[in-house]
Design a protein around this ligand. Structure first.
Ligand code: ITT
Length: 198
């Protein structure tokens, strides 16, 4: 099954491909599909924003479309940056700018608990919409550790892996990540749908 992924984030595409290709999906980015649209993420939840992105791309193609909206929710910051994770340090800010801002806000804060969250929206060619979510718990490190991954990975210490997501290999991150959990839940829903249609 061919799926167009409604994102401009190359790291998300890489991870979605790593997780979904072995399950038999052909993962094509919106850029590879020649779709050049910018969507304003006006929702106040990951679920709403994932649907906004998926619907916008679904309107201009006949293929199955998947969108991922995700972010880091820090307990001591009342869940921020949350849905604003990409824009936390301003439009166009680098990953290291975002990390610097986060570590600044977290200076002297004892409660470092945080979670990554993802909602995935999937739209089928007949218009059927499926939404699933995933999360992974951990804590914010005092300083960045590791070079792998992207975004906030260097300062996110995964409870389950016992290391930062940027020290973890891609396989290790994918074995527990918010994104892989949301995608696996989607896979289960797709299989159930397939079975009820047979
Ligand atoms: P699209 O909207 O085009 O998909 P985006 O990067 O703007 O790309 P989001 O609006 O979902 O995507 O923003 C999520 C931000 O949260 C992302 O830019 C990263 O900074 C961060 N993030 C999401 N998943 C992450 C992960 O697995 N590891 C580290 N940081 C992550």
């Amino acid at each position: 099954m061919k799926i167009i992924v409604a994102t401009k984030n190359a790291n998300k595409i890489r991870e979605i491909r790593e997780i979904f290709s072995p399950l038999g999906f052909e993962v094509v980015s919106q850029t590879e599909a020649g779709i050049d649209i910018d969507v304003e993420e006006t929702g106040d939840t990951f679920e709403k924003n994932a649907l906004i992105k998926a619907r916008a791309v679904s309107l201009v193609c006949d293929d199955y479309v998947l969108a991922d909206d995700s972010g880091l929710c820090v307990e001591a910051l009342d869940g921020r940056p949350g849905v604003y994770s990409a824009r936390y340090a301003g439009e166009g800010a680098s990953d290291s700018d975002k990390i610097t801002k986060l570590l600044g806000e977290m200076q002297g804060v004892d409660n470092r608990r945080a979670k990554f969250m993802t909602s995935v929206a999937f739209i089928m060619s007949d218009g059927t919409e499926l939404v699933t979510s995933g999360e992974v718990c951990g804590r914010i490190l005092l300083q960045p550790e590791g070079e792998n991954g992207f975004g906030y990975d260097p300062v996110f210490f995964s409870d389950e892996l016992g290391k930062s997501f940027a020290v973890a290999t891609p396989e290790e991150k994918n074995s527990v990540s918010h994104r892989s959990r949301a995608l696996r839940a989607l896979y289960v829903k797709l299989k159930q749908l397939e079975e009820t249609e047979q």
